[in-house]
Design a binder for this molecule. Structure first.
Ligand code: ADP
Length: 740
């Protein structure tokens, strides 16, 4: 049987082979995506083409090949996960249809009427469309290859590229019309298609790069190992030529050369092998030595972060990776929480919760063996991993997860990024990492206990600090309590003594009948002021007791902020003038009306402004500012009023305490008397009442001050935030607005 005959019947073998491939592919549980559908179409076209080839024995039906190329192009697009602009496929399809029609017409026409020129044009158009499609496919694959980060993902594309090239090469050879090339073409194309079928039907593919390096290593070793043999041969020839054969010494020399050759061959080959393998495939490691030094290193570490560095550091030195983390696994509310502790590379620390039956967890927990990100991405078993879990895993950029089990539980995962060589992990390497992971269990357990202990220690330290603070506060409050008697008696006695004193004077002068009208008015004035102060004090005390008993009772009305501030400032206007203070008021005309207890707010602001006057030396300034704070939906919701002064300021230690009742900074005895004098005494109730009023409006009050300093006078700023419609009456306002 000559080549031509073989070529005639070859399609008859090829066609059923494609049918077998088709059937096998259809009978398998196929992976996701469009790739399978397009590939089946490609196989169908290949089958048709083989039949045409058999029946016509002519390659005129090249456009059918083109159709197959378009389909394999679509398969490549789906397989690589990249997008080739749709219009190229449509244009290709139109050209192919036209070419098929043209070829059909030319074939059916009687030979004498068919134009060879038209035939040539069809061929040229077919060839250029084919070339362009091939270019697009390879370009897409190259782009996809450049974007993948993990070696096994890259290998998948490489595998596809190799077999796609083989298939296309086969097509070129087949169409060459030479018997030998057609024969080789058929075989190569079929091998290519088999490789592509494997890639479509399974995600377990051989490692192209490693396989290639093995072949290269074998070739180099075989060629270099031939050097000693060649030398022996050359020497033998030389010796035979130089010396007469009869001489005994000649045989001796030959024997020595051959023996030397044999002796040297083996070590020479071993050296070459070692060098080539180390260079092309990386160094082999001695497991027992690695395990011993690893165990020693991790047993010395008690801190989880440190342990992670040791684990990943040791492994990365062996495997040459520059990305890795330890994922700590802990049970939280029936879920497994995974917290990455990065050691190398930029790995996000975001924790993630997985259900205990998550495929990712189950695989690691039940199979107790490593898991590849590649398997998670391409194995049909993992297609159901939820999107959030998938994204989290992708963000880690890890290639292999190796479980660390404590008893039956998964307590950690050693996560390794791709090797810097770009090669995938070999199974013996992964086995070693698994052994190391098993060695890690105790160290990890200890480190976790230790960090738990540390955490608790820290917690206790914080609690202690808090306790100390509370103690300090209690101490101060205790002092406040004992000061209360001093303050109350002093504050009550001062006006009372005045009333009594003036009343006595009045009585004595009256006895002597020496009282003028003028004197009477003056003395009564003094008595009035003292009793007013007494009244104020008692009413403040009553307010505090009301606050304590039932909270502040408010009656809300619609009111304006400018009126409140104006009325709060009015009683102290004289003091401002006398003390030559500068008082700046805000322009509140554009402010919306607020719902509030008008009288109480006036009282609260009066207390704040009164304090500003009391604790600011003469010639200082008091500034009141206001702003509207928008709510989440942009409408005005709160107003903020700030009462600032250039006074003595308040030590941050007392920023909370000054709002407690009867609390006053410093020695109560040292305060001067008088409600508006610099550092004038007060009962320590003003801020407590102000806070009660503001909070009853669902507002907030706090102070900002760098600290007490009578020289620098950095001052204080009291912030008050008030809702425009306090929640207490909000529903009423809504009802009003809706006309209910
Ligand atoms: P008092 O009646 O003593 O003013 P408050 O409750 O109004 O009582 O204030 C409590 C303490 O807070 C005051 O004794 C004072 O030490 C401090 N304080 C209040 N406002 C100011 C301010 N603007 N600047 C400095 N210290 C202030």
């Amino acid at each position: 049987m000559d080549l031509n005959q073989i070529n005639t019947y070859l399609p008859l073998i090829a066609a059923p082979s494609y049918v077998v491939v088709l059937v096998v592919l259809l009978s398998r549980r196929l992976p996701r995506g469009n790739q399978t559908r397009w590939f089946l179409l490609f196989l169908a076209v290949s089958l048709i083409w083989e039949l045409i080839l058999f029946f016509t024995q002519n390659n005129i039906f090249i456009p059918v090949v083109l159709l197959g190329t378009l389909f394999i192009g679509k398969t490549t697009e789906a397989y690589s996960g990249r997008v080739i602009p749709r219009h190229w496929f449509i244009i290709g399809l139109i050209i192919t249809t036209l070419l098929i029609l043209a070829t059909l017409t030319l074939t059916l026409l009687p030979t004498n009427t068919s134009s060879p020129l038209l035939l040539d044009i069809t061929k040229i158009l077919s060839a250029s469309t084919w070339l362009f499609s091939v270019f697009l496919m390879l370009k897409t694959l190259w782009q996809a290859y450049q974007t993948v980060r993990l070696p096994l993902h890259a290998n998948r594309l490489l595998h596809w590229a190799v077999f796609l090239t083989l298939t296309l090469l086969g097509e070129v050879l087949l169409l060459n019309n030479q018997p030998l090339s057609a024969l080789i073409g058929q075989i190569i194309r079929f091998l290519g298609v088999l490789g592509l079928t494997r890639a479509i039907s399974s995600h377990r593919l051989f490692d192209v790069q490693t396989r290639f390096r093995h072949i290269l290593a074998f070739t180099i070793i075989a060629l270099t190992a031939a050097i000693p043999a060649t030398l022996v041969l050359l020497l033998t020839i030389w010796i035979t030529n130089q010396l007469a054969l009869e001489q005994l010494s000649t045989y001796g020399a030959l024997l020595i050369v051959i023996a030397l050759g044999f002796l040297l061959y083996q070590p020479f080959r071993q050296i070459i092998e070692r060098i080539i393998y180390r260079f092309l495939l990386g160094e082999e490691f001695q497991t027992s030595k690695v395990v011993r030094s690893y165990s020693q290193a991790i047993s010395r570490t008690l801190d989880v972060e440190q342990l992670t560095l040791v684990i990943i550091g040791t492994i990365s030195e062996l495997m040459e990776t520059n990305r890795g983390a330890l994922l700590l696994v802990s049970q939280v509310d029936n879920m497994l929480e995974i917290e990455p502790i990065p050691a190398m590379g930029r790995i996000p620390r975001r924790t993630m919760r997985f259900p205990t039956n998550s495929l990712f967890i189950e695989k690691l927990a039940s199979e107790r063996s490593w898991l590849l990100q590649y398997d998670l991405d391409f194995s049909p078993d993992h297609a159901t991993l939820p999107g959030e879990e998938q994204t989290w895993l992708h963000e880690l950029g890890i290639e292999v997860y190796v479980p660390v089990h404590t008893g039956t539980e998964l307590s950690g995962i050693i996560a390794l990024g791709p090797k810097s060589s770009g090669l995938a992990y070999r199974s013996n390497e992964l086995e070693l990492v698994q052994i190391l992971a098993d060695q890690t269990v105790i160290a990890l357990q200890n480190a976790r206990l230790y960090s738990e202990l540390n955490h608790q220690n820290e917690q206790i330290r914080l609690l202690n600090a808090n306790l100390r603070k509370q103690n300090e506060r209690l101490g101060i409050m205790d002092k406040v309590k004992s000061d209360f008697i001093t303050i109350a008696s002093h504050e009550l006695r001062t006006p009372l003594t005045q009333v009594k004193g003036y009343a006595d004077i009045l009585a004595a002068m009256n006895e002597e009948s020496s009282l003028t009208r003028e004197q009477t008015r003056e003395i009564v004035g003094h008595i009035n002021r003292a009793s007013n102060r007494l009244e104020g004090l008692i009413s403040a005390m009553l307010d505090v007791s009301q606050l304590e008993a039932s909270g502040m009772q408010l009656s809300f009305v619609q009111t304006r902020l400018d009126t409140i501030i104006r009325l709060a400032v009015e009683p102290i206007a004289t003091a401002v003038r006398e003390r030559r203070l500068k008082l700046a008021l805000p322009d509140l005309r554009d402010f919306p009306p607020i719902y509030a207890d008008f009288k109480r707010l006036v009282q609260a602001f009066n207390n704040l402004i009164g304090n500003a006057i009391k604790y600011t030396p003469d010639l200082g300034s008091i500034t009141i500012t206001a702003s509207i704070l928008p709510s989440a939906n942009q409408g005005p919701e709160y107003v903020e009023i700030v009462v600032g002064d250039t006074g003595i300021g308040i030590d941050p230690r007392y920023h909370d305490l000054i709002f407690e009742k009867f609390f006053r900074i410093g020695n109560p005895e040292l305060h001067s008397s008088g409600t508006t004098k610099f550092k004038g005494a007060g009962p320590g109730l003003g801020l407590h009442i102000a806070k009660g009023v503001i909070e009853a409006h669902s507002g907030r009050i706090w102070v900002e001050s760098e600290g007490e300093d009578e020289v620098r006078l950095s001052g204080s700023r009291f912030h008050v935030i008030l809702p425009i419609n306090p929640p207490a009456i909000k529903h009423k306002v809504n009802d009003l607005q809706q006309g209910k």
